[in-house]
Design a protein around this ligand. Structure first.
Ligand code: MG
Length: 251
């Protein structure tokens, strides 16, 4: 079942997604050497609640925290804890918010202090791949057009795309249909329609695309130990093209 949202619903998703974006912006200021991932989780949890949202990840299928924080070779779903961030690390922070029954979801991978040039390139390309995917999220196109744009951008730059995890529809639930893979041929998959809302979220690896889940049952890491980056936006397929909802208003 694919849902088409009316303007009132889109505004509710926008409110949730905007709070996600503000939370990510706050976290970007707080990430520095010496901070633990549990510190980031506490800050995000308080910030979301202060602004009228509910951290959507906490308790989701039993997830024990309000954000995911994935360091270096951790791809996604890292559980915040006592790990101390060090100069040169990267940390992927993934935030979900529910407000008035609607969801927003977005993620960024943040540098901890100064990072290596090759690492910065991975972050830049992952963000670029996300924007390439978003550009294809147009009514009349297909999910595979989004997927293919992401994969093409990643591989053109020498990185690999994680296959085991995908983007998704979002709205009244955090995860709705359709699945939005980050790889595959163009002009395949479900056709996109105006009013659909998608969470598009490429995960790019420095080495191979294979991933494994850690014994904690959550943390997904690269099999070869290489670095991984993750960027995500909540996007509405508008009548006049895609619009990113997980952004902060600029004055
Ligand atoms: Mg997501």
């Amino acid at each position: 079942m694919v849902y088409l949202r009316d303007q009132g619903e889109i505004e509710k998703i926008r409110a949730a997604a905007k709070l996600v974006a503000r939370t990510l912006e706050m976290l970007a200021r707080e990430v520095k050497p010496g901070v633990t991932t549990a510190d980031l989780d506490r800050l995000a949890d308080a910030f979301i609640r202060e602004h009228g949202g509910r951290p959507a990840f906490r308790g989701y299928r039993g997830f024990p925290a309000s954000i995911c924080a994935s360091v270096n070779d951790e791809v996604v779903h890292g559980v915040p804890g006592r790990r101390v961030l060090r100069e040169g690390d990267i940390v992927g922070v993934d935030v979900g918010v529910e407000m008035e029954g609607y969801y927003g979801d977005a993620a960024r991978t943040l540098p901890v202090g100064a990072i290596a040039k090759t690492t910065a390139h991975l972050l830049d390309v992952t963000q670029e791949a996300l924007m390439e995917g978003i550009r294809r999220a147009q009514a009349g196109r297909r999910v595979g057009d989004v997927s293919n744009a992401i994969q093409t951008c990643a591989e053109r730059n020498g990185f690999s795309v994680v296959r085991a995890l995908v983007g998704h529809g979002i709205g009244r639930e955090m995860h709705e249909e359709p699945q939005v893979p980050n790889y595959g041929p163009p002009d395949r998959g479900p056709r996109l329609m105006a009013g659909q809302v998608l969470a598009i979220e490429p995960m790019l690896n420095m080495g191979g695309p294979e991933v494994v889940t850690q014994p904690d049952g959550w943390t997904v890491v690269t099999k070869d130990g290489g670095l991984s980056a993750h960027f995500e936006h909540t996007v509405v397929v508008g009548p006049n093209g895609p619009e990113v909802l997980s952004v902060v208003d600029r004055e």
